[in-house]
Design a protein around this ligand. Structure first.
Ligand SMILES: [Mg+2]
Length: 373
């Protein structure tokens, strides 16, 4: 029994992690890859200090948050599917990697790819199922990452699932790590959290820095959800990270973040010495650095998007960290109120806590909401 998932403090941290990730994504949505000089031109001399319009409104999220929600949905469906099969006296577990793949195929469909081409050759369902995809606000293109998009399209044609032992390409883009925070919930076995975090990214990103960043991130978020200090969480993730071949780039990037954190409060110029955040290892290291050098989630969110790199992704990853550290109550209320999909995010978080915390109903309604695969 995973009692800690029923603790109200866990609920605040999980909801905080998902909400803050989405807020960071929205804060950086307008200025992805704009230089810091350009950001200052757009938003004023202090850079981004509040939500600004992007994608036709205030508080609009991007692909980072969309895909994070599908990660969480895929995990819930794998868990619920396994539970139901056990209830009917079969022992076959639902393969969680496949459940995540199909969740991302549903995301691909929201990006305008017809279901017949998105679902993969083995699926026969005439329409995508489950509750999440019924939320029409998800059906919007927000500069989706090309690697994610093209590899999921390829899966739609071939049905061949990639993994760490079968790399799909040599990409170390941040499209894996940016969506991996929910994997923190999957298990209390840190080796398993790391493995699944990495495998979830390896579906689309085949370079070790593209998927090991994701494994490390999932472990860090797991530890933060338990209330552990960030430095301890990073040290714990490093232990798992170093068990994998090709970990060196991520290990060095984390070391650089810890060293830079000694120099006090973050600035765009300091942050940029770590990288651009568009690849796995720097999206994580820059986010860890900002989370270490700030004392509240709202200033961390602003610091995480004010730099010349991939602002929405570092905002999203850093948000997942600081939201878990400080909890939902610490987030700016006006940002929460303006956040797109906030109700869906909160509902999905609560559904996840019910499923993984042992409080989910075992009725047909729940299994229609979260069908296997
Ligand atoms: Mg994005």
């Amino acid at each position: 029994m995973r009692e800690w998932l029923q603790d109200p403090a866990t609920r605040s941290r999980l909801r905080g992690s998902l909400f803050a990730g989405a807020i960071g994504d929205a804060l950086g949505a307008k200025t992805e890859f704009d230089s810091i000089d350009r950001i200052r031109e757009i938003a004023g001399p202090a850079g981004i200090t509040d939500l600004i319009p992007a994608y036709g409104g205030i508080g609009r999220i991007t692909d980072d948050t969309q895909m994070t929600l599908f990660t969480l949905e895929g995990l819930i469906r794998a868990h619920a599917g396994t539970r139901r099969e056990q209830g009917t006296f079969t022992t076959a577990a639902v393969a969680v990697e496949q459940s995540l793949q199909l969740a991302y195929q549903r995301w691909l469909h929201t990006q305008g790819v017809p279901w017949e081409r998105a679902r993969g050759p083995e699926a026969t369902s005439a329409e995508p199922d489950g509750w999440l995809i019924t939320n029409r606000e998800l059906f919007s293109r927000r500069a989706p990452g090309l690697t994610c998009f093209s590899e999921l399209e390829a899966y739609g044609k071939t049905g061949v699932r990639a993994g760490m032992d079968k790399p799909v390409n040599n990409s170390k883009g941040c499209g894996g790590v940016m969506r991996a925070a929910p994997v923190a919930l999957w298990s209390d076995d840190l080796a398993e959290v790391f493995r699944l975090g990495a495998e979830s990214a390896a579906l689309t990103h085949g370079h070790p820095s593209g998927y090991l960043s994701s494994g490390a991130f999932a472990v860090i978020v797991h530890e933060l959800l338990l209330g552990k200090p960030l430095l301890d969480a990073v040290a714990t993730a490093r232990v798992e990270l170093e068990k994998y071949q090709g970990h060196e780039e991520q290990s060095v990037a984390l070391d650089q973040a810890l060293a830079l954190a000694e120099a006090g409060a973050p600035t765009p110029e300091k942050l940029e010495t770590l990288g651009q955040g568009n690849i796995g290892e720097t999206a994580l290291s820059m986010s860890v650095y900002v989370a270490l050098t700030t004392t509240d989630p709202n200033s961390a969110l602003l610091a995480s998007v004010n730099h010349s790199g991939d602002s929405d992704s570092t905002g999203s990853v850093c948000g997942n960290l600081v939201g878990a550290m400080y909890g939902e109550q610490a987030l700016r209320q006006d940002w929460l109120e303006k956040l797109e999909l906030a109700e869906v995010i909160g509902q999905l978080a609560d559904d996840a806590l019910a499923e993984f915390g042992g409080n989910a109903p075992g009725d047909d309604r729940w299994y229609a909401r979260y069908p296997a695969y």
